[in-house]
Design a binder for this molecule. Structure first.
Ligand code: ZN
Length: 163
């Protein structure tokens, strides 16, 4: 099915559940998609100004983000697969996947795999992140479907405005 809300557009399997956080509005919010096997894919968005002040492009943002993770002593390992950043029609998009192990002193470690995408929407001035967080030690039967859905994600803010 095609999901469209707040100018975000994505194609996803018909059996996924959709929850829109009650506080969501055009400028900021959270939308969660849940697969029948209980894996979540979230869209989180906020005003872009604060992010852009520190990182002028989404590529710089992502590189800074991973640099910070590498400096964090509680992160024991980090494997990053970065996609190719693209810029089209006032939208900078950067798909990314990474796996890391996080362990605070005196606590058990956690391993996480993130499949996601970050976007600077320069037209509506929104910072958008899509991500799915799973345990890399467990088989994730929905990973391919999640990747496919992320690939279809678009922000149509400037196209819709012209209608
Ligand atoms: Zn947009």
């Amino acid at each position: 099915m095609r999901f469209s809300c707040y100018d975000f557009n994505m194609v996803l399997p018909n059996d996924w559940k959709v929850t829109i956080d009650k506080k969501s509005q055009y400028g900021s919010g959270i939308i969660s998609f849940i697969t029948p096997k209980g894996i979540a894919l979230d869209i989180v968005w906020e005003n872009l100004d604060r992010y852009k002040a520190k990182a002028p492009t989404v590529e710089v943002f992502i590189n800074n983000y991973f640099d910070e993770m590498k400096k964090n002593r509680n992160i024991k390992s980090l494997e990053v697969v970065k996609g190719t950043p693209t810029t089209a029609d006032e939208h900078e998009t950067f798909p990314h996947e990474f796996t890391y192990k996080y362990k605070q002193p005196l606590s058990r470690g956690v391993s996480l795999k993130i499949v996601g995408l970050s976007m600077y929407c320069l037209h509506s001035n929104r910072f958008v992140v899509l991500y799915s967080r799973t345990d890399p030690k467990k088989e994730n039967p929905d990973e391919a479907a999640i990747r496919d859905a992320i690939k279809t994600f678009e922000c149509l803010c400037n196209k819709n405005a012209k209608l």
